[in-house]
Design a protein around this ligand. Structure first.
Ligand SMILES: [Zn+2]
Length: 228
């Protein structure tokens, strides 16, 4: 009898607390690109997809430790269409795609690799939850800044192939309406370029397990912060 009473009591306490704050989100963590189409190439020749796999695994681990439910996409070596990624779990609460950046070939040819570093965050106004996407982008940007990271900002350069509207310069958030993974997602969605692997100094830093852990912690904390 006491045990039944106690467990009922415990359950009602838990459900009272959870009504206020225990909604675990269901997050799709996408590792950008695939082995067959690996994205950008780092200064060392190591391809972007491998960096995306490492960071998205660390983000997944951190989110799961925080009690979130996670589905990974792009992480099992299969080809997967862009529109399939956010729709792998249509009922998920949030979609985040993890990438690493290159720079314009003309800048590489001009020997400017070392001028570019930092992260960039993208949202699409064509996503049906643009406001919530932007709120999450801001939360992730705040966490990355607090972790000592800096926004790269060069995607706003007014040239063909860049020219992305910079909607928050301090936090490094751009609008990129036609990004397929963002505009086809039914849930709020954000794409993060974690750093610039075309820069050899940045690439070395981004491959360091300590950097991966720091970035993953900041990104996952941002996702937790922006729960609806
Ligand atoms: Zn990419």
């Amino acid at each position: 009898m006491p045990r039944t009473f106690l467990s009922r009591f415990a359950c009602s306490v838990v459900s009272f607390l959870c009504a206020a704050s225990c909604h675990a989100a269901w997050v799709i963590v996408d590792a950008g690109h695939t082995p067959a189409h690996p994205g950008a190439t780092g200064a060392s020749g190591r391809v972007e997809h491998l960096y995306n796999l490492d960071l998205s695994k660390a983000v997944t681990d951190d989110l799961q430790k925080a009690g979130e439910r996670v589905t990974r996409t792009g992480a099992d070596d299969r080809e997967i269409a862009l529109a399939e990624r956010p729709n792998a779990e249509p009922k998920a609460d949030f979609f985040i795609s993890i990438h690493h950046d290159s720079i314009q070939q003309a800048w590489i040819d001009a020997g400017r690799r070392r001028e570019f570093k930092g992260y960039a965050i993208f949202v699409s106004e064509l996503n049906p939850h643009y406001g919530q996407s932007l709120a999450c982008a801001k939360a992730i940007g705040e966490r990355l800044l607090a972790a000592g990271e800096t926004p790269s900002l060069y995607h706003a350069t007014p040239i063909k192939g860049e020219n992305r509207p910079l909607i928050d310069k301090r936090l490094g958030i751009h609008r990129f309406d036609d990004l397929v993974v963002l505009k086809t997602a039914r849930m709020p969605a954000v794409l993060v370029e974690a750093g610039v692997i075309a820069n050899p100094d940045e690439e070395r830093r981004l491959a360091d397990p300590a950097t991966i852990a720091k970035l993953a912690n900041a990104i996952s904390q941002g996702v937790v912060d922006c729960h609806p």
